[in-house]
Write a protein that binds this ligand. Structure first.
Ligand code: ADP
Ligand code: MG
Length: 722
């Protein structure tokens, strides 16, 4: 028999999860933020003037005063040493899915054989890691290996605990020597600023004289799978690619099996309590709950925060989950589609904008005056999503998310907006206000009491829309579970900046002509609805009819990553991002290049793994079984017993198919192409179909080969024995 899989099953059954090790009377409120160099900590430890200066940077995006950096660094160092930190690290987010950090010891030699803990303002605010091993898409020539990190003062520093030593972590941006961004954070901060400026312009038009800085907020809902680590380690595909490349799905109906809910919660709950506690210490406002869609699949949704902080926290959340899951003998899978045929994972990003004095700008107020303001912000979203739907689609494009988008379980690749009955009706009325008689127009005009009140229930939820209004925010449902939320947030902020700029300019122009404010606003809203209303769709996004209708409406349907990525290098996109100084054209081109490379690379890794596992694990198991059957036939015949050959034929056919498919995949792997676009094209059109053929034959064999010979843990086992 095959021992790897059978041993894994035994080990899983024998496994005793660790006890959750914290005091039962520990109040979550007491540990929240204890490892964060927060405003509260700063207020206690910094001279008043220094504290004020730092807060001004955080709240109003004032540049950080270099004179205060030394004082902040010194206080931060003392605090971190008290927390047991021995090292500090500039943490940054390179253009992969990961987090990068370079650790340095606080200790510096004094020259007389002793050491002293040192940490200056300059070390706090700026670092110089080698940039050469991070994706740069042609931005960096080999002789300029250096990159710079710079502290993002708006995202607090924190101490990361580890049984082997604690580290002070400083969230930073990461740029090349020439100042080009090499990370996710730099454009996020730039886009936040661009959107804020335009939103403030609109607020001024609505009579708010000196509005506070407007920022965007993000509340990401993270879906993930947990599998026992014994199974994980017995699956080279899960280990190396984060998803299964082989495995037939469990019989239909089993996804909702009762056993699952009965058997698992204790162990998962222990894991959840442990992770929540870790997240709380880091100031991440977590709330956890089960997800009932697939066995072994769960979700966590922290409270929304300013988008750059939410984005950092989201990265930290993923690394924390991975770490704590391992402590509990499990692996946390963030891949969008770890198990074919089983519901995949997404990361819904709830998005809103607002500031301290006006609050959430997507909140429908109850006075008509505020409604008008709300409708303008809403119209900006509608226009932005219509005009730049292709860009939004490209912001969620990856090899792994391709398995999910449009697969009738996640939103389709077509970007549309769901407004809900109430809001759709309001915009419908707005659009008719200009077309009919003046009396009707009068009653519907913005600023008049008859405008519907929007504060009540937002109406039905629609789970099939990629972009849905949910009462006080928009929920972008297309982002993948594995990706950083920074990319989608950059796109959202930038397209909002452009839309708000457009609307503010229109209103200003109308006012300059002497038209009354309410009339101008009504006209502008009407125009937006008539030009961009086609992006509003309240029906079933999973239906085939929608695919047809969307095409008639002229909405893009960018099915694969390769269809979506060119959107980021259109002249329209280039103009947009350079106008708002979020990306230079060079940066856009480099990002396009990097995305293509990453796509090609991840498919190539999977293709090699498929070949390896297919030929060294699956094929030998099938051959053994075939031999066993052949021996059985010849032994029976030798004994003069009639022997049926059907079972032998039944295994031989898919075995032959597997051999042929493996040969095909080998040919595809050997096929050489040059240039990122062609490599990505070959990955999609050459490698993926060849892999699918191998898998189809192997999955057929899984249903035929004797169970004790089957080498890979099955879906059934991985999803049900947790
Ligand atoms: P649901 O499953 O109904 O979509 P959840 O409670 O799982 O809702 O998640 C909702 C997410 O939306 C949370 O992260 C929450 O903090 C976030 N959220 C709530 N209000 C806002 C807002 N105004 N802006 C951004 N995110 C928000
Ligand atoms: Mg949701």
């Amino acid at each position: 028999g095959n021992t790897v899989r059978l041993n894994a099953i035994k080990d899983v059954e024998a496994y005793v999860p660790p006890a959750v090790s914290f005091a039962p009377d520990e109040a979550p409120g007491e540990i929240f933020g204890t490892n964060v160099f927060s405003k509260v900590v700063m207020q206690k430890r910094l001279p008043k003037s220094v504290y004020k200066s730092v807060v001004a940077t955080i709240e109003d995006s004032a540049p950080l005063d270099p004179a205060v950096a030394d004082a902040v660094a010194s206080a931060m160092k003392d605090w971190a040493l008290e927390k047991g930190a021995t090292h500090y690290a500039h943490v940054f987010y390179p253009l992969t899915h990961g987090t990068a950090e370079k650790h340095d010891s606080f200790l510096e030699p004094t020259g007389d054989g002793a050491t002293l803990a040192e940490f200056s303002g300059k070390t706090l605010t700026q670092g110089e890691p080698d940039a050469s091993s991070f994706p740069n898409g042609g931005l960096r020539s080999t002789f300029e290996a250096r990159g710079y990190t710079a502290w993002d003062v708006t995202s607090p520093a924190y101490v990361l605990e580890n049984p082997n030593g604690n580290t002070l972590c400083i969230p930073t941006i990461f740029v090349s020597m020439t100042g080009d961004s090499l990370d996710h954070k730099t454009p996020l901060l730039r886009s936040q600023q661009a959107m804020g400026l335009q939103a403030e312009r609109v607020l001024k038009l609505f009579g708010h004289e000196n509005p506070d800085r407007v920022v965007s907020y993000a509340g990401p809902e993270q879906e993930y799978f947990l599998v026992d680590r014994h199974f994980f380690l017995a699956r080279p595909d899960l280990l190396n690619a984060g998803r299964t490349l082989f495995g037939s799905k469990p019989p239909k109906g089993q996804e909702f099996d009762d056993h699952y809910f009965g058997a698992i919660p204790d162990r998962v709950l222990g894991f959840m309590m442990d992770t929540e506690r870790e997240l709380f210490k880091l100031g991440i406002p977590a709330k956890t709950r089960h997800n009932e869609v697939a066995p072994g699949q769960f979700e966590i949704a922290p409270m929304f925060e300013r988008s750059n902080v939410a984005s950092d926290h989201q990265q930290l959340l993923m690394t924390t989950f991975k770490r704590i899951a391992q402590k509990h003998g499990m692996e946390c899978l963030f891949h969008e589609k770890p198990f074919a045929g089983v519901n995949g994972s997404g990361k819904h990003v709830n998005f809103s904008i607002g500031n301290a004095s006006q609050g959430n700008l997507f909140l429908p107020g109850d006075t008509p005056h505020e409604n008008a303001q709300f409708l303008v912000f809403c119209a900006a979203v509608i226009r932005a999503v219509h005009k730049y739907g292709g860009l939004l689609r490209s912001s969620v494009a990856s090899a792994s998310n391709d398995h999910r988008l449009g697969a009738n379980e996640a939103p389709p690749a077509i970007i549309s907006i769901f407004l809900g009955d109430q809001l759709a009706d309001v915009f419908d009325q707005v659009s008719k206000g200009g077309a009919t008689s003046s009396k009707e127009k009068g009653t519907l005009m913005i600023g008049v009491d008859t405008l519907p009140n929007l504060t009540s229930d937002p109406g039905d939820r629609n789970r099939t829309s990629p972009f849905a209004f949910t009462g006080n925010r928009f929920e972008f449902r297309a982002p993948g579970s594995m990706q950083s939320i920074a990319g989608p947030m950059v796109t959202l902020n930038t397209i909002m900046a452009e839309s708000l700029d457009f609307l503010a300019s229109k209103i200003e122009a109308g006012l300059a002509e002497g038209t009354e404010f309410n009339v101008v606003v009504q006209k502008v809203l009407e125009e937006v609805i008539s030009n961009h209303g086609v992006v509003v769709f309240n029906g079933d996004g999973y239906s085939d009819e929608w695919q047809v209708e969307a095409e008639q409406r002229g909405l893009k349907n960018l099915r694969t990553t390769l269809d979506a990525l060119p959107e980021i290098v259109t002249s329209e996109a280039m103009d947009l991002f350079s106008k708002y100084e979020v990306f230079s054209e060079r940066e856009m081109e480099s990002r396009y290049e990097i995305s293509l490379e990453q796509y090609a690379l991840s498919v190539a890794v999977e293709a090699k793994l498929t070949y390896e596992i297919g030929s060294t694990i699956v094929l030998p198991a099938a051959v053994r079984y075939q031999t066993e059957l052949a021996l059985n036939v010849s032994t029976l015949r030798a004994a003069g017993v009639e022997a049926a050959t059907e079972p032998l034929t039944e295994v031989t056919e898919p075995l032959t198919a597997l051999r042929e498919a493996l040969a095909g995949l080998r040919t595809a792997l050997a096929h050489e192409v040059h240039g990122a676009f062609w490599e990505a094209t070959h990955a999609r059109d050459g490698l993926l179909p060849a892999m699918a053929a191998v898998r189809a034959a192997a999955d057929t064999l899984e249903g035929i080969v004797a169970d004790d010979l089957w080498p890979l843990p099955t879906y059934q086992e991985m999803l049900y024995i947790l």
